[in-house]
Design a binder for this molecule. Structure first.
Ligand SMILES: [Zn+2]
Ligand SMILES: [Zn+2]
Length: 187
């Protein structure tokens, strides 16, 4: 059995709400959240203390498929993940193949590589990047009826790839993602 250390108290709260087994501040596994993008999930997974993979390609190399996971973290799917690659990675991550596939777009879903987009209202509900924000067809957040942000509303800095979202604030001016909702326009 593998024990992972939770990096953020927020995750603990979320897991308790979802009824996922929690052993104090240690839990047994790390599943993707509902609608979580592959980039955000891989970054989060790599930072778990027992995994501690600092390089974005490290996971793929460890799985014996080369550094392709570095491209996945950037939503670069011109070479779409093959079943073999996904199997190898899900095995290393000790997760179900279907769970990993759920963090990916389908092959025919056109994606926006950039800018990385954000519904700050969703983020303030639960702090992670949703895959659907990068769909070309997504114009706004249906839940909040708000347009997505494609840069920091305070200083104009672009958002980094979600794998690097650690503190949930603008790298340049420090504005919290969760407080950007008031700057989103209705849609
Ligand atoms: Zn939203
Ligand atoms: Zn900023």
């Amino acid at each position: 059995m593998k024990f992972l250390v939770l990096p953020e108290p927020l995750e603990l709260t979320y897991r308790l709400q979802k009824g996922i087994k929690v052993y104090g501040f240690v839990q047994v596994t790390s599943k993707p959240y509902e609608g979580e993008s592959i980039s955000h999930y891989l970054g989060r997974w790599r930072r778990y203390e027992v995994n501690s993979l600092s390089s974005s390609g490290g996971l793929g190399r460890f799985a014996g498929i080369g550094a392709v996971t570095a491209r996945w973290e950037k939503f670069r799917f011109y070479h779409f993940p093959t079943q073999k690659e996904l199997k190898a990675v899900s095995k290393v991550m000790e997760m179900d193949l279907e769970e990993l596939i759920a963090t990916l777009p389908t092959k025919d879903q056109p994606m926006k590589l950039e800018p990385i987009r954000l519904c700050a209202a969703c983020y303030s509900d639960r702090p992670y990047h949703r895959l659907e924000w990068q769909f070309k067809s997504t114009a706004g957040c249906d839940r909040h009826k708000l347009r997505l942000l494609s840069k920091c509303p305070s200083c104009g800095e672009r958002f980094p790839v979600p794998a690097k979202w650690i503190e949930g604030r603008c790298n340049n001016c420090g504005m919290k993602y969760s407080s950007m909702a008031k700057r989103q326009k209705p849609y």
